[in-house]
Design a binder for this molecule. Structure first.
Ligand SMILES: Nc1ncnc2c1ncn2[C@@H]1O[C@H](COP(=O)(O)OP(=O)(O)OP(=O)(O)O)[C@@H](O)[C@H]1O
Ligand SMILES: [Mg+2]
Length: 399
């Protein structure tokens, strides 16, 4: 069984790949000369001795343009094969690679352990796509996690948390994260990520993009951290043109393409959020450390419970956490009936980052807010949550 086709003349790179795969992963490696990148895809795939290939890994020495061309062709003709290129990443390359259907970009200096994680993910994608091809009902296995950031109250930090989560996740899954601004009337994801999008969600839900994921991908913007973004409509009136069914279809389309789909939402339980919740795997509840916030959250949980729309994954984030607020974490936990998973204290750095359009996790700021946000990100990192033992909940402490 062949899983990896490595195109390179660089024997040092081949040795790193062999060390990454050796013993820890199932399947074998076939190396071909870098020039094989120019072969037609069907012919290339027969060079693995007729065995199926999960991942085509292009070495750092291979011509970049030819690699992108090969990826585009494979994406169209053999979408179940994942392509990984090896290059020093930059936003321009990330965008072009994404458009070419490249699954991941490996750092030329990656050590075997880092490369193994990346190859495992690429194999999972290949397996997921193969399953979907064989199963017309398109089972949910192999689809990305859809994370909705929600709160019944406004101004509690949803956009701050959504954008930071997306940036943090992009470090775990480069090119694997898309953020969607579902605050259709007054969303500010574009400003929080310092983007001036050429296309918005309006373009994405009408016309060709709704039928074709390749077109949809071309409508995404990309920020400096490599996060893909679908920003809100240009005017609040445009929001009325978008129906809940279109949102549900859009989220499903993105979840088939990305490992993480982060949804920033408007306050409350509007129809667009309810449509998105049907696709949501994880809800991040953002709660302020005040009685109206906690009451609002209880009411929202009870309504969603009745509608059977509470997503399976549940994460509670306490924002503006402050020991002197008159409420303790224990008070809040016993009121909502769930543990608080991350606490983010008030931090001067946060409004500063909002105003600059650079999320804290994309900057070098180190403070309590950064630590709280990083803790939240780790909850979605399968490797790190396995290592730390997900079942053990340690109570948050606020300073
Ligand atoms: N932990 C924090 N410390 C200090 N300021 C914060 C913190 N979290 C958020 N803010 C600031 O609070 C303001 C509101 O945050 P944000 O826009 O993320 O909230 P929101 O829930 O998305 O609001 P809306 O409901 O209007 O969409 C922003 O100016 C942000 O910089
Ligand atoms: Mg917001």
């Amino acid at each position: 069984m062949s899983r990896f086709l490595v195109l390179t003349d660089d024997l040092g790179f081949e040795a790193t790949v062999r060390a990454a795969v050796g013993g820890a992963m199932v399947g074998s490696i076939h190396r071909l000369a870098g020039a094989a990148v120019r072969l037609p895809p069907a012919e290339l795939l027969t060079r693995s001795g007729g065995e199926p290939t999960d991942v085509v890994l292009v070495g750092p020495d291979v011509d970049r343009e030819a690699a992108l061309w090969l990826s585009t062709a494979l994406d169209l003709q053999h979408p179940d094969v994942s392509v990984v290129i090896t290059a020093v990443s930059d936003p321009d390359l990330v965008l072009r690679a994404m458009r070419a259907g490249v699954r991941d970009i490996a750092d030329p200096k990656a050590d075997p352990a880092q490369l193994r994680v990346l190859l495992e993910r690429s194999c999972l994608t290949a397996e997921g796509r193969r399953r979907q091809q064989g199963d017309p009902s398109r089972s949910d296995r192999g689809r990305g996690r859809v994370i909705s950031i929600m709160s019944p109250k406004g101004g509690v930090g949803k956009t701050t948390i959504a954008t930071n989560l997306a940036v943090g996740l992009a470090k775990i899954a480069p090119m694997g994260v898309v953020i969607v601004d579902l605050d259709l009337q007054f969303g500010d994801v574009a400003s929080a990520l310092h983007l001036d999008p050429e296309h918005t969600i309006t373009d994405a839900v009408f016309g060709a993009a709704a039928q074709d994921s390749m077109v949809l991908k071309a409508y995404l913007s990309v920020d400096e951290s490599g996060v893909y973004a679908l920003c809100g409509p240009r005017t609040p009136a445009d929001a009325d043109l978008i129906g809940p069914g279109q949102i549900a279809a859009l989220v499903a389309q993105l979840a088939a393409e990305f490992r993480y789909v982060v949804l920033d939402t408007s306050p409350g339980l509007g129809e667009h959020l309810l449509a998105a919740l049907e696709q949501t795997t994880d809800a991040v509840w953002v709660c302020g450390m005040d009685v109206p916030s906690v009451r609002g959250m209880n009411k929202a949980l009870s309504v969603l419970g009745e509608l059977q729309l509470i997503p399976q994954g549940r994460h509670v984030v306490l924002n503006f956490a402050d020991r002197r607020s008159g409420l303790s974490i224990q008070d809040i936990e016993s009121s909502i009936g769930f543990p608080v998973d991350a606490a983010i204290p008030w931090s001067r750095a946060v409004p500063l980052s909002t105003n600059k359009g650079v999320p804290l996790l994309a900057d070098r700021v180190r403070d309590g807010a950064t630590r709280g946000l990083e803790k939240l990100v780790r909850r979605f990192d399968d490797d790190s949550s396995k290592a730390s033992g997900r079942g053990l909940h340690r109570r948050e402490v606020v300073s």
